[in-house]
Design a protein around this ligand. Structure first.
Ligand code: TRH
Length: 360
């Protein structure tokens, strides 16, 4: 099958990160993908070698009617397709399947909205149907991107060899912790919690690196914690970082999913939004993720997540409280059990391919 996948980079790296991963996974299964993106610059470090079957194109102008649409068109995150392209979609004898791929959320409304049709009654796409397609964590959603060889690659992965190849040398007894976050007022609380035990904090590039630097001494240390600053890794390298650490601090959407596939303890900083929308996203995820966890562990993870997201966790605790981290071994066991639940779900790419074939 041939796909046109449209991506507009809003900010940060998740829009292009998710779209690239999806494009590469579709192509990895034998399809061809044209990835239309307005700013592909992040691909230079995220995926410098590209992927067979994926062609990256600059976003066509609204007036451009020279492109003949593929069998299936994905409009990622409601990015609004160029008018000329939509006009060409409507002109095709067999209309392409038009899928609006939404942002990931664990909220209940996702299951109600997943696979809903939206007939286009006006504009260049008049007569076409756009389908809403939601990733998610349950059978009644589109699931999560999971490459077919992911588990085999994880099993074959040698963390110690990878770390040493990256110049990452944890000393005896040091926990490795990866840090990928937005600007975060709870960073001092996190570092204080981590500094109680020997910790090597692996800091990814971005504003978080400056924030960490301001919190450490000249030797980039604080208590038993020391920091090492990483270069931007490829998406595959970033997976390897997550698989090599004892705790992963992730953010947004794609790294959040990849931390769940890593099966290691993680804390998620939700993409900050106004009026506390992110609080609802965190609560909805925790409700699913922590269901069935031993109560003290569930409370510990929820409290740490609340502090990390600057939210009041329970009436007793307010935002800005010190952070207490649950025991890593019990936390890790729960994350492995959660991953097993996710592995039982169909993956997003398989579902999209089946849907596109059915809906034609
Ligand atoms: O960069 P993000 O904050 O992206 C965000 C979210 O996607 C959010 O949902 C969206 O609304 C907003 O963008 C516009 O976090 P995310 O989603 O984890 O994307 C980061 C990508 O960068 C992910 O694909 C992993 C990749 N990455 C690397 O490949 N190498 C690296 O070294 C690092 C740090 C990240």
């Amino acid at each position: 099958m041939h796909w046109d996948l449209f991506c507009r980079v809003v900010d940060n790296y998740g829009d292009i990160g998710v779209c690239w991963r999806l494009a590469a996974d579709l192509a990895g299964r034998g399809d061809t993908v044209r990835l239309w993106v307005d700013d592909s610059s992040a691909l230079s470090w995220m995926a410098p070698l590209g992927a067979p079957g994926v062609a990256v194109h600059r976003w066509p102008s609204d007036g451009d009617t020279t492109v003949s649409p593929a069998d299936a068109v994905i409009e990622a995150f409601g990015c609004h397709l160029p008018a000329g392209f939509v006009q060409q979609m409507a002109a095709r004898t067999t209309a392409p399947v038009w899928i609006n791929l939404e942002y990931l959320s664990a909220e209940d409304h996702v299951e109600r909205s997943h696979r809903l049709p939206s007939p286009q009654l006006a504009g260049p796409g008049r007569g076409l149907t756009k389908w809403f397609y939601y990733p998610g964590f349950t059978e009644s959603t589109g699931g999560l991107i999971r490459e077919p060889d992911l588990l085999a690659r994880q099993r074959a992965f040698d963390a110690a060899a990878w770390r040493s190849a990256q110049g990452i040398a944890p000393e005896d007894g040091e926990h490795c912790v990866s840090l990928f976050c937005y600007r975060n007022e709870a960073l001092a609380a996190l570092i204080d919690a981590l500094a109680a035990a020997p910790t090597l904090l692996l800091v990814t590039p971005g504003p978080q690196a400056q924030q960490v630097d301001a919190l450490l001494d000249q030797g980039r240390r604080r208590g038993a914690l020391r920091a090492q600053y990483l270069p931007a890794l490829t998406q595959v390298g970033f997976d390897h970082l997550l698989w090599s650490c004892d705790l992963n601090l992730v953010r947004g959407e794609d790294s959040f999913v990849r931390a769940q596939w890593a099966g290691r303890p993680f804390l998620w900083q939700v993409y900050p939004q106004h009026d506390g929308v992110h609080a609802a996203k965190l609560a909805a995820f925790n409700a699913r993720f922590l269901a069935g966890a031993e109560p003290a562990l569930a409370d510990g993870i929820a409290a740490a997540a609340a502090v990390w997201n600057g939210l009041p966790s329970t009436p007793a605790r307010t935002a800005g409280a010190p952070m207490a981290l649950p025991p890593l071994d019990a936390w890790g066991e729960h994350c492995v059990a959660w991953r097993a639940r996710l592995l039982a779900l169909p993956d997003l790419t398989s579902g999209l391919r089946a849907f596109a074939r059915e809906a034609r």
